[in-house]
Design a protein around this ligand. Structure first.
Ligand SMILES: [Mg+2]
Ligand SMILES: [Zn+2]
Length: 177
């Protein structure tokens, strides 16, 4: 049986990790308080967990796609130690004013466009009616809404506490043992 599963779409910088501005190195990566706990919570309840992130630093020439992928691999290695995981990362490396020519474009994937969310929904058979996004910018919320999802605006603090107070009362999470 191929049952659709709900998903949580996380923005990355400012939600899962502290936004220090164009983070791409392991040594600059700092988990947001409560982020691992939040991921683990949804892992344990049959949700898919995705990261949907704009990485215009690639187009700006600050780092490469390979750097982005290495950092994402590092995040999953760290999560694995805590029994948590992210199912997939979707990132947009473009920017209309980037200096790296191959990435300089007004693309179809950069948030607030919903394309990365749509791709995840399609590639992972997501039950979008029971899915939502957590972001720290209006472009995250716009992208979520454009994909037909509720977007929750996280403005800092502890992500798990935020989830408990601002999200869990409003959604139906099936507990599975
Ligand atoms: Mg952000
Ligand atoms: Zn793009």
């Amino acid at each position: 049986m191929n049952q659709k599963r709900p998903a949580v779409f996380f923005d990355r910088d400012g939600v899962l990790n502290v936004d220090h501005g164009y983070t791409y190195r392991e040594q600059d990566f700092e988990w947001m308080a409560g982020a691992i706990e939040t991921i683990k919570y949804f892992n344990a309840r049959n949700y898919r967990v995705f990261v949907i992130t704009n990485q215009s630093g690639v187009a700006r020439g600050y780092y490469t796609e390979h750097d982005v992928q290495l950092l994402h691999q590092f995040m999953n290695e760290e999560l694995d130690k805590q029994g948590a995981h992210i199912d997939a990362f979707y990132y947009c490396p473009h920017h209309s004013e980037g200096k790296v020519e191959e990435y300089r474009q007004s693309c179809t994937c950069r948030k607030p466009k919903p394309e990365m969310i749509h791709r995840a929904i399609k590639e992972w058979a997501v039950d979008s009616a029971h899915s939502f996004m957590i972001g720290d910018k209006s472009s995250d919320i716009e992208a979520a809404n454009a994909a037909g999802l509720t977007g929750y605006l996280f403005t800092g603090g502890n992500l798990y506490k935020f989830t408990e107070e601002q999200i869990l009362p409003y959604i139906h999470v099936k507990n599975i043992s």
